[in-house]
Design a protein around this ligand. Structure first.
Ligand SMILES: [Zn+2]
Length: 234
C-alpha cells in the first residue's frame, strides 16, 4: 500500500471525527432551548394559580368594604334614632338598621366562604410553585451539563483540527487537494477500500486496469465510476 494512502486514511478518520463533533456541538443550543421549554408549562400553572388567589383576595376586600359601608350607615342611623323624639320615625329607623344588619350578616357569610376558597387556592399555588422549583432544579442541572458538554466538544474540535493539520502537512498538495475536493463532494468518504473488485464507495465493479494500477501501487488511483481514491483490500 502506498504510504500516502495510510496518511489519507488517518486524515479521513480525523475528518469523520471532526464532522461528528461539529454535529454534536451544533445540537447543544437546541438542547438548551428544549430544556428551558420544560419550565413554561409549570410557570403557566403558577401564574394561573397566582391570578386565581388574587381574584379571591380582591373579592374579599370588596365584601369587607360593603360591610364597612353598612356599618357606617348603621352607626349614622343609630345616632338619628337616639336624637329623634318621634315614635314612628324611631321605628322606621329601627327597621332600616335591621335591614342593614341582615345585609352585614349575609356579607360576613360570603366573606367566610371566600376565605375558605382562598385557602384552597393558596394550596394549589403552593403545589404549583413546588413543582416549578423542582423542574427549575432539573433544568438548571441539564443546562449546566450542556454548558460542560459544549466546552468539552469545543476542546475536542480544536484538538482534532490540530491533529488534522499535523497529518495533512506531509501530504503532497495535489493529493491533498484531490482528497479535500472528494471529501466535500462525496459526503465525507474520499478514500474507500476496493474489495473483490468492488468499490467501497459506489459499490460498482471497477475495470481491470484500475486493479492493475492498484497492484503496482505506484500512484494514487481513483474509482473510474465515482472518482473516490481506492486502496486494495485482499
Ligand atoms: Zn466508486
Amino acid at each position: 500500500m502506498l504510504p500516502e494512502i495510510i496518511k489519507l486514511l488517518q486524515l479521513q478518520d480525523r475528518d469523520l471525527l471532526l464532522k461528528n463533533l461539529q454535529k454534536d456541538l451544533k445540537e447543544v443550543p437546541s438542547l438548551q432551548q428544549r430544556a428551558k421549554l420544560q419550565l413554561s408549562g409549570d410557570q403557566a400553572s403558577v401564574d394561573a394559580a397566582l391570578l386565581a388567589s388574587r381574584e379571591i383576595e380582591v373579592r374579599i376586600k370588596n365584601v369587607e368594604l360593603d360591610i364597612q359601608t353598612r356599618q357606617t350607615s348603621i352607626k349614622r342611623l343609630n345616632d338619628q334614632q337616639f336624637e329623634t323624639r318621634k315614635n314612628d320615625e324611631f321605628q322606621a329607623l329601627g327597621h332600616e338598621i335591621q335591614r342593614y344588619q341582615n345585609e352585614v350578616r349575609k356579607h360576613e357569610d360570603a366573606e367566610l366562604e371566600l376565605m375558605e376558597e382562598l385557602d384552597a387556592a393558596k394550596k394549589v399555588l403552593q403545589a404549583a410553585q413546588a413543582k416549578l422549583a423542582e423542574t427549575q432544579k432539573n433544568v438548571d442541572d441539564d443546562l449546566a451539563q450542556l454548558v460542560l458538554r459544549g466546552a468539552i466538544l469545543e476542546k475536542r474540535v480544536a484538538e482534532t483540527k490540530d491533529e488534522r493539520a499535523t497529518l495533512a502537512a506531509p501530504i503532497e498538495p495535489e493529493t491533498l487537494d484531490l482528497y479535500d475536493r472528494l471529501l466535500k463532494s462525496k459526503g465525507g468518504t474520499a478514500i474507500v477500500p476496493l474489495s473483490n473488485g468492488i468499490c467501497g464507495g459506489c459499490h460498482m465493479k471497477v475495470v481491470h486496469s484500475t486493479i492493475q494500477n492498484l497492484k503496482q501501487a505506484e500512484a494514487i488511483t481513483q474509482c473510474e465510476m465515482c472518482g473516490r481514491i481506492v486502496y486494495l483490500v485482499e
